[in-house]
Design a protein around this ligand. Sequence first.
Ligand code: HEM
Length: 286
Amino acid sequence: MAIATGNAAGSMAGGMAQRYYRRFTSVERVLHALLMLTFVGCALSGLPLLFSEKPWAATLAQILGGYQGAGLIHRIGAAVMIVVFVTHVVMVFSKAIAGGRLMSILWGPDSMTPQPQDIVDIWRNFKWFIGRGPKPQFDRWTYWEKFDYWAVFWGMFIIGGSGLLLWFPVFFSKFLPGWMFNIAALVHGEEALLAVGFIFTFHFFNGHVRPTKFPMDTVVFTGRISEHELKEERAVQYERMMREGTLEASLAPPPTEEAKWFGWVVGGTALCLGILAIVLIVRSFF
Ligand code: HEM
């Protein structure tokens, strides 16, 4: 659950000001920012290779310092992305082990593992979409946030594994037959297309275009969620934390202007580059 930090008094100055609660720790925010940066970097430096016969590919590669420069950016991005992924996995396990709650990785409101409640939530949300039910309320993680998380998680093994084969063919050829490298090249390119297509449409939709989030949800940059948003969107979490007595402990100061601007600049830039990538890919098929 959210961790108690910061000076909560600032969020309640004057008694009427909006209260904020901590949703992401600073390490989680840094990891997300690095994942964004490296994903966009790998996408923009990898696409010129995948679509090398298209005129835009040469232009994009030129902007990135030629095909050699793009290859270097791709490898630096890939190495940082792998470090970010391993750090995340180590953090998840060490936090659970330190708290003596290893099962919390698989079960409970803080777990990213899909649970029966997610099926219920999907059903209720679809009923709400078609005007056949009230707007559902969620706990800490919604089913679409879990979906986005696992799309990246399993994608890391496929794209990272195949990418490492392409990166170090001499080393891997000591254990693997030659045809594996053909498969790796095919899988890497196709999985990259799938990942780019998913992240730059569904994930961006969730963060930018949902009615209450337009034009941008900055919570992953500021780490704080307002009491209003928490009650409106995650009433199950709000009520559970009230019951458990953990709500007050996760009060946090309101997000600073700098944190909000950082979110707008970084999130806005990633959004523009992502849309550009989608436009270039779609254009390439017609
Ligand atoms: C995470 C670890 C990753 C590693 C180790 C990796 C490694 C590589 C390597 C070594 C190449 C060949 C580059 C060259 O010959 O200069 C490559 C190509 C490529 N990568 Fe990655 N990459 C990774 C992640 C990604 C991601 C996240 C994307 C997209 C979002 C991506 C998209 C591509 C594309 C589109 C190509 C061109 C494939 C082709 O020519 O068929 N890569 N990658």
